[in-house]
Design a protein around this ligand. Sequence first.
Ligand SMILES: C[S@@+](CC[C@H](N)C(=O)[O-])C[C@H]1O[C@@H](n2cnc3c(N)ncnc32)[C@H](O)[C@@H]1O
Length: 176
Amino acid sequence: MYGIFLLILAIFLVAISARSIYGFVIGAPILFSPKKATEDALLECQAKPGEIFYDLGSGTGRTMLVAAKKFGLHVCGFELSPPIAFVAKCNLWLHGVRKSNIYSKNFYHADLSGADIIFCFLTPKAMLRLKSKFERELSTGTRIISYAFSIPGWKPEKVIRNGTPGKVFYYIIKNS
Ligand SMILES: C[S@@+](CC[C@H](N)C(=O)[O-])C[C@H]1O[C@@H](n2cnc3c(N)ncnc32)[C@H](O)[C@@H]1O
């Protein structure tokens, strides 16, 4: 019995580290953005209840929780690591968020066209790679929030400095 528990634990840890290392290479490591950054950015966005919020690399669901609980947004997360995506699902459920979609998949392969608001806390390399995807898939009026890293070559609508360690870059897609 004890052996089976250790085996399951080992598989879980290997799954977390393998997918996390892959996530680090192609996207970003597992870190958490400050809740205040999400709150301030969503206020700036004038986010309205029912709008659709995507978190690209949703981690444990921290930003989705703020978006759902404080702003009434319909939240959707993409997270490479299945165990972390599972933790996010539990996190949202335990906090009373019953309607959410968390996909354990690579956001580069996801269709982003359904989003009203997109949140990223990734790396400069990932933002560069996402830039052309945003240009192809997002329609006019879609808002993008990027914590800590700007989208190379794009002029932000606003840069929010709110005392958190990173700046928040806020963009609106102007034409499709
Ligand atoms: C810096 S964390 C941000 C977590 C959360 N969004 C926040 O702001 O607190 C980045 C997350 O993105 C995930 N990730 C990295 N590349 C990814 C990819 N291509 N597709 C899906 N998830 C990815 C990582 O596993 C990690 O959990």
